[in-house]
Design a protein around this ligand. Structure first.
Ligand code: CTP
Length: 402
């Protein structure tokens, strides 16, 4: 039987510490063994007994708490498959960014080589302070996953960013980190993903767009992160939370998407173009709202021009060693069209899927055929996240074959 993974949950002194109880339960429900380490301040918000009762494990607070284990921070650090600090105060993030180790939690963090997941929670001004943002960036640059704080009503009475992210998102980020540690086959590689639809303005309130939800692209980004890649996600407007740890560039139009993707493309090893880019855009978007009646003639004849093909344009700029993956969403003859797109767009792999009748758009499942020059593989209907892994598996195979 596979060894049960251990998530070490660090709880710091913040009112959101009460949510750590839910996080511990969430991780346990997903099959993890959980151990808890708390700062002294955290024990003012939640009694260690609560965590002890939830985990059936001793709860560590002081550096010298366990007389039977004089180097407790080392044993805790070694036991952890993932170290999740949730909530993480501004102070603890700052200490970790500087390598300060002045209590059990921060000493364990410094000694721990397991993936680090940090879910900050604090007052909006503390969160937005330059120092805090820089500290979080430092941790992220060292490979920590930052589960960004959300916006809303904060315990201090202020409204703004700083609220601990949703419990489910934090549990998911810890599980992703665990999965990645188990399977780090994309470590050291950069992956660029384009995702979602584009919006092409007609006037300040109207635009042309399509039904893409962005789910497939976000799943590819999450899968690549979990497998250890450094991920840039260039996303059109979607209603999804980006996976923790991705560098996200939000864009609106196809032209913006091309410009945002270009610098990341130059550095990327694997590029997955999932975005449903509008093929056409209004040639002369109005800078004021077009009115019924007065502007009927303009509205009736919106002149359209072609958008750049982002995949085809960037594929022409590719360097050796890059693997380029495109999608072909078709209502018919998906595989034949995908074979053509391999050549016309200059891709190594086209993920062909038939859309329509409730398939693909907005759904959580997708059925695809992976088409490359050496043949095709039909996959069964599967969750988009699983398909994302299958696409990355195939991209790695194609890299190895080159
Ligand atoms: N794509 C892109 N930029 C565009 C259009 C498409 O990068 N302007 C990418 C998509 O992200 C996808 C692939 O190209 O990976 C295929 O998209 P699709 O819409 O099928 O391509 P089209 O060339 O628009 O094909 P068709 O008009 O035949 O449907």
């Amino acid at each position: 039987m596979e060894k049960q993974s251990t998530v070490l949950v660090g709880v710091t002194g913040c009112i959101a510490a009460y949510k750590s109880c839910e996080i511990v339960r969430g991780l346990q429900k997903r099959g993890c063994r959980v151990k808890v380490v708390m700062t002294e301040h955290a024990t003012h918000f939640v009694d260690p007994l609560t965590f002890r009762s939830l985990t059936h494990e001793p709860v560590a607070v002081g550096l010298f708490d366990d007389p039977s284990d004089p180097i407790h921070h080392i044993s805790l650090a070694e036991e952890a498959d993932v170290f999740l600090i949730a909530p993480c105060t501004a102070n603890v993030a700052a200490k970790m960014a500087c390598g300060i180790a002045d209590d059990l939690l921060t000493t364990t963090a410094l000694a721990c080589t397991a993936p680090l997941v940090v879910a900050p929670a604090m007052n909006v001004h503390m969160y937005e302070a330059e120092a805090t943002q820089r500290n979080l960036r430092t941790l992220k640059a060292r490979g920590a996953r930052i589960v960004e704080a959300g916006s809303g009503y904060l315990a201090c009475g202020d409204v703004g960013r700083g609220r601990l992210a949703d419990v489910d998102a934090i549990v998911e980020a810890a599980l992703e980190a665990l999965e990645g540690a188990r399977r780090a086959d994309l470590a050291g590689l950069s992956v660029l993903v384009t995702a979602g639809p584009t919006e092409e303005p007609v006037d300040p309130v109207r635009f042309l767009t399509n039904r893409s939800s962005g789910k497939m692209g976000y799943a590819v980004a999450a899968a690549a992160l979990a497998r250890g890649a450094q991920v840039t996600l260039v996303s059109g407007p979607v209603a999804l939370e980006p996976p923790a740890g991705a560098d996200v560039v939000r864009v609106r139009t196809a032209c913006e998407m091309l410009e945002a993707a270009r610098p990341a493309f130059a550095d990327a090893d694997i590029v997955v173009f999932t975005a449903a880019v509008a093929d056409l855009r209004p040639a002369h978007p109005a800078d004021r709202k077009l009115k019924k009646g007065a502007d009927d003639a303009l509205l009736a004849r919106i002149e359209l021009v072609s958008n750049p093909d982002i995949l085809a344009t960037l594929a022409q700029e590719r360097r050796a060693g890059q693997t380029v993956v495109g999608f072909a969403a078709e209502t018919e003859n998906a595989v034949e069209n995908a074979r053509v797109k391999l050549e016309t767009k200059g891709a190594d792999l086209i993920v062909a899927n038939e859309v329509g009748e409730g398939r693909a758009f907005g759904t959580d499942d997708n059925q695809a055929v992976l088409v490359s020059r050496d043949g095709e593989r039909a996959l069964p209907l599967m969750p988009k996240r699983q398909l994302a892994d299958a696409i990355l598996d195939r991209a790695l195979e194609l890299r190895a074959a080159h």
